[in-house]
Unconditional design. Structure first.
Lengths: 276, 266, 274
């Protein structure tokens, strides 16, 4: 009763933690503002020819105009549609094949060389081929998108299925669990975090290829609008679309990272690469 | 007058944590003379590691000061070497045993041959001269801790500080390592400050045992161990005097845990 | 004093050894050979317009690429790719280390880095063309700019998260700044960094192809597009195969380097698994 109670500086600690977050927010904002200011200055002070580098204000004005243009939104829709379909197919096929190959060592050995040869081939190398086969519309783009994204999912699922704790698997077998039951109760939960990582990586890759396909194949979408604008020298549009694709990529990254963290919250996993 | 090598005065360390203000160390003071082997024991959570980090210059105390060889300690001094408990995380896995032992020597102004000599000597002293080209993770826990000790010894410190170094090692290996510490002390005259939670170990090793109270920590007792300097795992531990001493320390720790000991404010 | 012993191995009989080698080879090339044979047979029986027989592709390969095209197109492409990769890796690691170690700098740049890395790299090609024209340096810059992000961000993360006990050890032994950087921070971060380099390599290859599909008039990507436009199907396929081989080559070189640099890391993993 006479002993001094420790000052409940939980408020003190919380204050310090909030200070840290505040500091990061402030510094981050300063960074962005500084960048925009530098951009504006480079252009308005003619350090770089404004023909080549339109000012920040001009670019954002054009962005505003685009956002009021229905056709622009349709393009965003087209790009995102191709992205979504491609990602979905890649995820499905990647999961199925990854599980099958991962669980059957015989198949894994058999397909190992093929996988190691096909995987490094850049999906964009097939662009001329798909143009010949499927023309200049979305299906061609989809092939390119799926080919690239598929590998991200496939490889991760492969790792995940291989990562099953041998003790857990032996336990399951000794209790006479059927293959199907093992699959549901052991393989899936173990591989799920890996799958989430694979989908996150695939989502980023799918966006890149969706836009790239539109730029090279020419199917309608943001990428095509970009090349058209660049072709006629409409650089404010070019930069505006660059910003939009960046924002789309950012939203996808943040969104999928959040999903991944949710599914990982109950699972401890150690994986090597982080960024991208 | 025996030379005072290390002096700890009124050391106090307070942490601000999420659950409030934690006084890890209340008021600790003791001295260590040149060539002494002093053990520090205390109940769990009494801030032994915090104390060591303050002495080693890795932490800034809230109050009080540490003096090594007459100079105040504010950052890790050049004549002090540390052996951590987590040897697995303290040795660098990308370096060989030799590489690890040699690393701290590289910033001392020594010639290559002098360095090699020190490394060879230290590895020989801990019995690992044949393993110098191995990597730490290829060795057992006890051997890894020997590497850490060799690294500290090669550094030629005046004071060797050991933070519960054998806590994560099996009992048989621990006995060997304890004898290694005593050998280093007697053959090389190293001054050693040894923190442990193992009471028997503290009595077996130490010339003095400093017993800490529970938090907020102060020095509950500074006990002189009047056993013979030549010690042996079997005979020494069988001595009646050993049993008396360890029982005494054990009782002190129990009192410390119960918070019964009262500070005599000098 | 026992060293960590691995399980005792008894030497294998010679015959068993050969059988093992045979089995491994069979697994390695079995499926591809079978598939190629099937493709070859199907192609000669029922030729598909866009899938010429493997033999035709092989012939086109040697006639196209093992001649002057090698010097005019392949070598320059590879040169640009290599230079860009070197730039991306060096700048990525250097900048990543600096940013990772300087807290205020990292917090300042974090939103910008997150944004820039989210931009699909090909989108920036028109931008760079405006500034640098259709030159070799433009292509190198484009490849490097697109490829730098994985290694940059991985380096930042790797350098930040050094083990606390290792850092304290360095402090307690008063290691110099240079020692801390080269003997602690970078080796400790190397697994993370190498993971980033692997991704950087694949992005670089993609960027090389795309940068040549566009405004270019020479180079591997351009040639493939040219073949497509002139309906030289087998030649086009040979180009794809060549790109695949380059990709595989990059992966093999990387694997080699990674195994050497991370020998200690793989060693630890092996010990843990045992």
């Amino acid at each position: 009763m006479t002993t001094a109670t420790p000052t409940t500086a939980s408020t003190g600690h919380r204050r310090r933690r909030n200070l840290g977050t505040l500091r990061r927010a402030v510094l981050g904002t300063i960074g962005v503002v500084g960048f925009l200011a530098a951009w504006q200055l480079l252009s308005t002070l003619r350090i770089i020819n404004p023909e080549q580098l339109p000012s920040a204000t001009d670019t954002f004005a054009q962005l505003g105009a685009l956002l009021r243009d229905l056709e622009f939104w349709r393009n965003i829709g087209r790009t995102m549609t191709a992205w979504a379909i491609g990602l979905a197919i890649a995820t499905l096929v990647g999961t199925v094949l990854g599980t099958v190959v991962g669980m059957l060592p015989f198949v894994r050995r058999l397909t190992h060389t093929m996988v190691e040869f096909l995987r490094p081939i850049p999906s964009v190398a097939f662009i001329p081929l798909v143009i010949l086969m499927l023309g200049l519309q979305m299906p061609a783009a989809l092939v390119i998108i799926v080919y690239a994204s598929f590998w991200q999912v496939f490889v991760q699922v492969l790792y995940g299925v291989a990562d099953i704790d041998t003790v857990a698997r032996d336990t399951a077998r000794s209790f006479g669990l059927t293959r199907a039951s093992q699959l549901r109760n052991l393989v899936l939960p173990t591989a799920l975090p890996y799958l989430m990582t694979g989908v996150r990586l695939a989502a980023a890759v799918a966006l890149i290829l969706a836009v790239t396909a539109e730029m090279t194949i020419g199917n309608p979408g943001l990428g095509r609008q970009l090349t058209l604008a660049s072709g006629i020298g409409n650089y404010t549009t070019v930069y505006a679309i660059v910003i939009v694709t960046g924002l789309l990529g950012l939203i996808i990254n943040i969104g999928f990272r959040a999903i991944e963290r949710r599914t990982l919250s109950w699972h401890q996993s150690v994986r090597g690469d982080v960024a991208s | 007058m025996p030379e005072t090598l290390l002096k700890v005065e009124s050391l106090n360390k307070v942490y601000e944590s999420a659950t409030g203000r934690v006084e890890a160390i209340g008021d600790i003071g003791f001295t260590m003379n040149r060539g002494e082997l002093v053990c520090i024991v205390g109940p769990s959570g009494c801030g032994k590691t915090t104390l060591l980090k303050c002495i080693a210059g890795l932490l800034r105390p809230t109050a009080g000061e540490v003096t090594l060889d007459g100079k105040k300690v504010t950052s890790p001094p050049d004549n002090m070497a540390l052996v951590f408990q987590e040897y697995g995380r303290s040795l660098y896995p990308w370096l060989t045993v030799r590489g690890n032992v040699e690393l701290p020597l590289k910033h001392k102004k020594l010639s290559k041959s002098e360095r090699t000599q020190l490394v060879d000597d230290a590895l020989l002293a801990v019995g690992l001269d044949h393993a110098d080209k191995s990597y730490p993770w290829q060795l057992s826990g006890g051997m890894q801790q020997r590497v850490a000790i060799a690294r500290a010894v090669a550094y030629q410190p005046e004071v060797l500080i050991m933070d519960e170094p054998f806590a994560a090692v099996d009992a048989q290996t621990r006995a060997d390592l304890e004898d290694l510490v005593r050998t280093l002390h007697s053959e090389r005259g190293m001054s050693i400050l040894f923190v442990t939670h193992d009471i028997d170990e503290s009595v077996y090793l130490g010339e003095r045992v400093v017993v800490l109270s529970k938090s907020p920590t102060w020095v509950q007792e500074d006990l002189a161990i009047d056993l013979a300097p030549e010690r042996d795992q079997i005979t020494t531990r069988a001595l009646p005097r050993f049993t008396e001493l360890r029982t005494h320390v054990y009782e002190q720790i129990q009192r410390a845990k119960r918070g019964e000991a009262v500070r005599s404010n000098a | 004093m026992t060293l960590y012993t691995s399980t005792v191995r008894t030497p294998v009989a010679k015959s068993r050894l050969w059988a093992k080698i045979g089995e491994n080879t069979l697994y390695a090339v079995g499926l591809p050979i079978v598939l190629l044979l099937i493709w070859g047979v199907v192609a000669s029986v029922a030729p598909a317009k866009f899938f010429p027989a493997p033999q035709k592709i092989a012939v086109a390969f040697s006639s196209t690429w093992l001649g002057e095209a090698f010097i005019n197109d392949v070598l320059p492409s590879l040169a640009r790719l290599s230079i860009a990769i070197i730039i991306a890796v060096i700048v990525g690691i250097a900048a990543g280390t600096l940013i990772g170690l300087t807290r205020w700098l990292r917090e300042l740049l974090e939103p910008l880095l997150e944004f820039f890395r989210a931009i699909p790299p090909p989108v920036l090609i028109p931008v760079f063309v405006v500034f640098l024209g259709v030159t070799d340096s433009m292509k190198i810059v484009v490849i490097a700019f697109g490829a730098i992000w994985p290694v940059l961000l991985n380096t930042i993360e790797g350098v930040r998260s050094t083990d606390a006990v290792m850092s304290e050890t360095a402090r307690s032994f008063s290691l110099t700044r240079s020692q801390r950087l080269f003997d602690l921070l970078l080796p400790a971060a190397s697994p993370r960094i190498m993971a980033g380099v692997r991704q950087t390599l694949s992005v670089a290859l993609i960027m090389m192809v795309i940068s040549e599909l566009f405004y270019s008039s020479a180079g591997l990507g351009y040639q493939i597009k040219y073949f497509q436009q002139t309906y030289l199907i087998a030649e086009m396929w040979s180009g794809i195969v060549l790109l695949g081989l380059i990709g595989v080559l990059l992966a093999v070189i990387f694997g080699f380097v990674e195994r050497r640099v991370l020998r200690w890391y793989h060693g630890i993993k092996e010990v843990e698994r045992a």
